[in-house]
Every structure is written in structure tokens, then in C-alpha cells.
Design a protein around this ligand. Structure first.
Ligand code: MG
Length: 392
């Protein structure tokens, strides 16, 4: 196989690190031609040197200027791309096959859509893309004939379980959740959760936003919405189960009652390697599960009473329109407010729930409608957060 040429959006983040690890282990099959990051231009320079990357995009204006001033630390002849425009340009330039979309948040939306328009396959780690605009994104992908390769561990697991199966034989998609840091906390303990506590995930090494989302199960809510779009299944066929060791990354149940599961240690490299190299299997970059020692795998249903964000996400998906956009926006506002110490951890789900109640849902006709709903939901969520400043 000719090496697959990649552009990585979010090369300096946690998915970026793991993607580079997979690329290091598979140098003959993966070639990085472009990288993009938000601010950390020195890390971008290091990556560019190591992988001889000649296209570099930087989102932050000041960081961009600093990178130009230190352009000597990048490979000779590097072309630089500035801001959101630059991210869109690098995502749709000629000379590469697959965009790794791993920027956190709504910033990934326009560049990833630009890549789809340019006919690039998408290895998708960003959640907001499908949660905000699933219908538009999947329509665009179908129209352009591009592959949407799931890079999140759960969706990649489902993707692997579905290989060789017929869609009509699927009875349930079962998404596993670690349950987060606080799965065994009582209400009283939940009252005293600090950002510091919430930022420590027991199994996974992830960025701060995803780690907090995992502690509230909002992350699982986002993944249910993503699964609906990626695999074109109705909500009633999607189930969430807590698998606290994070060894089973998701499962598919078929009409005959059989279940296929995907297992690996909790490292993102397994999903990334599969997503970028399938149908081939990549070289191992991480130790596999050791079956010569005893270990157990537990399954328990999620407690949606203590973790209501999962239900809010499902309700938003049921409501349709831009309700899932509002769910995502409200959650982002609530997490930022918690991390800045303004509101409590319990307020996260409260802010999300109240925002969804107040949000005027619409059927979006265009992406502009989606962005308008996003801004409106953020405005409502900020007001709700302002009124719930009651760190108990
Ligand atoms: Mg995940």
C-alpha cells in the first residue's frame, strides 16, 4: 500500500500525540503532510521537524506571529496558514488523502466541512461536528463519496464489530462508558467535587474538556448522538452500559441474540491505528491485553438519576432540530463555568437541563441556522449559570 497522506487538525492535543505515536510505528504506511494546532507553535515545530512536515496551520493570531518570527525552527520551505481561514485552507489543500479531525470544540466544524467538500476522507475524533450538524455533515459526506472513519474508541469499536454484517441484522448498538471518576459517589460527596478532582480520569489520558464530560456522562451523551449519525441507527437501538475497566470499548448485538465486542487496553492508539490503516492492521505501538493473568470485566447499567446529562442528550436527540446543538453548547458553557470556579460540578447538569428547557428548538435549513442556535443556547446557558452561582 502506498503511504496514506494525512493532515492532522489538533496535532498538539492528546489525540494528536496518539496519532503521532501510531505514525511513528507505521512510518512506511502513514505520512504526515500537514499539521494544525491552536497555540503551541513550538510543539508544532518539533513535530514538523520529526516528520518533515511542510504545511503548518496555527489558529491563534499571536501564536502565528511568534511562529513566523521563529520560522527557523521549522523545516526549510514550510508554508504557514493563519487562523480559521488557514485551518480551512490546510484541510482542503491538494496532496493528501485523510484529515484527522481532532480539534476539540466547534472550531473543527468549518475546516472539516471544507475537507469533505474537497473530497478528503475524515478520521473523526471531534464530537461537536456530528452533534451540532450531523445531518449536514453526513449528507455532505455521502454527496462527495468520502469515508467517515470513526476514531473515537467507542465508535471505532462499533465500526469494527459491524464489519461483514448486514445493517438489518443489527438489533442494538451498545456503547460502553467508564462511568467516570465519580460513578460511586453519593450526593453529599458530589457536592464537594472540585475541578482538580474531576480532571483525573481513572483509565484514560484525555484533554480537560473530555475528562470533565466523562465525569458527568455528558461525553457518553455526545457519543450516543454521534453513533446515531455515523451508523444511521435510531435512538431506541442505542444502549449505554458502564464497563468500569475500559477494556470493552463497545459492542453490537444482532437479531439472533449474538453480541460482538471489541477489546483492547485503554489507549487511543488502537482505535487510531485501525481507523487510519483499515482494512490492514498496523504495527503494535502499545502492549496488548495480557490474558495470561486473571482480570475481570464488569457491566452495570448507568445511573441516569445521579448522572442526568446522558438523558438530556437522548432527549435532545429525540427532539431533533437543533436541540443537540443546544445540548452541546450548554454543556460547553457549564464545563467552562465549573473549571473557572464559578459554578459547581452538580451545576453542570443543572445548567444543561435548564438551558434545554428554555431553548427554542428549530429545524435548521442551513449551517447558519445551526450556528445561530449554538450562539443562542450559549447565551441562555450563561444566564442560567449566572443565576445558579450557589456553590453549596
Ligand atoms: Mg470515547
Amino acid at each position: 500500500m502506498k503511504p496514506k497522506k494525512l493532515v492532522i487538525l489538533g496535532a498538539t492535543g492528546s489525540i494528536g500525540d496518539n496519532t503521532l505515536e501510531v505514525a511513528r510505528g507505521n512510518r512506511d504506511r502513514l505520512e504526515i503532510v500537514g499539521i494544525a494546532g491552536k497555540k503551541n507553535f513550538r510543539k508544532l515545530a518539533k513535530i514538523a521537524k520529526e516528520f518533515d512536515v511542510r504545511h503548518v496551520a496555527i489558529f491563534d493570531e499571536d501564536a502565528f506571529e511568534s511562529a513566523i518570527a521563529e520560522s527557523g525552527s521549522f523545516p526549510e520551505g514550510t508554508k504557514f496558514y493563519r487562523g480559521e481561514e488557514g485551518l480551512m485552507e490546510i484541510s482542503s489543500m491538494s496532496g493528501f488523502d485523510t484529515l484527522v479531525s481532532a480539534v476539540v470544540g466547534t472550531q473543527a466544524l468549518r475546516p472539516t466541512l471544507a475537507a469533505i467538500e474537497a473530497g478528503k476522507d475524515i478520521a473523526l475524533a471531534n464530537k461537536e461536528l456530528l452533534v451540532m450538524a450531523g445531518k449536514f455533515v453526513m449528507e455532505g459526506a455521502r454527496r462527495k463519496g468520502v469515508k467517515m472513519l470513526p476514531l473515537d474508541s467507542e465508535h471505532n469499536a462499533i465500526f469494527q464489530c459491524l464489519q461483514g454484517e448486514r445493517k438489518e441484522d443489527v438489533s442494538k448498538i451498545i456503547i460502553t462508558a467508564s462511568g467516570g471518576m465519580f460513578r460511586d459517589f453519593t450526593y453529599e460527596q458530589m457536592l464537594r467535587i472540585t475541578p482538580e478532582m474531576a480532571l483525573k480520569h481513572p483509565n484514560w489520558n484525555m484533554g480537560p474538556k473530555v475528562t470533565i464530560d466523562s465525569s458527568t456522562l455528558a461525553n457518553k451523551g455526545l457519543e450516543v448522538i454521534e453513533a446515531r449519525w455515523l451508523f444511521d441507527v435510531d435512538l431506541d437501538k442505542i444502549q449505554v452500559v458502564v464497563q468500569k475497566q475500559s477494556l470493552v470499548h463497545s459492542m453490537v448485538q444482532f437479531v439472533d441474540g449474538s453480541v460482538k465486542a471489541h477489546l483492547s487496553p485503554p489507549s487511543m492508539t488502537f482505535a487510531i491505528s485501525h481507523s487510519l490503516l483499515c482494512p490492514e492492521r498496523g504495527n503494535p505501538v502499545c502492549d496488548p491485553i495480557d490474558f495470561s493473568r486473571p482480570f475481570s470485566i464488569d457491566f452495570t447499567p448507568p445511573d441516569t438519576k445521579r448522572f442526568p446529562c446522558l438523558e438530556y442528550a437522548k432527549n435532545a436527540l429525540k427532539a431533533g432540530g437543533t436541540a443537540t446543538t443546544a445540548f452541546n453548547a450548554a454543556n460547553e458553557v457549564a464545563v467552562a463555568s465549573f473549571l473557572s470556579g464559578k459554578t459547581s460540578w452538580l451545576d453542570i447538569s443543572k445548567i444543561v437541563g435548564e438551558t434545554l428547557e428554555k431553548f427554542p428548538n428549530i429545524e435548521p435549513k442551513s449551517l447558519d441556522d445551526v450556528f445561530e442556535s449554538d450562539s443562542l443556547a450559549r447565551k441562555i446557558a450563561r444566564e442560567v449559570a449566572e443565576n445558579s452561582k450557589h456553590l453549596e
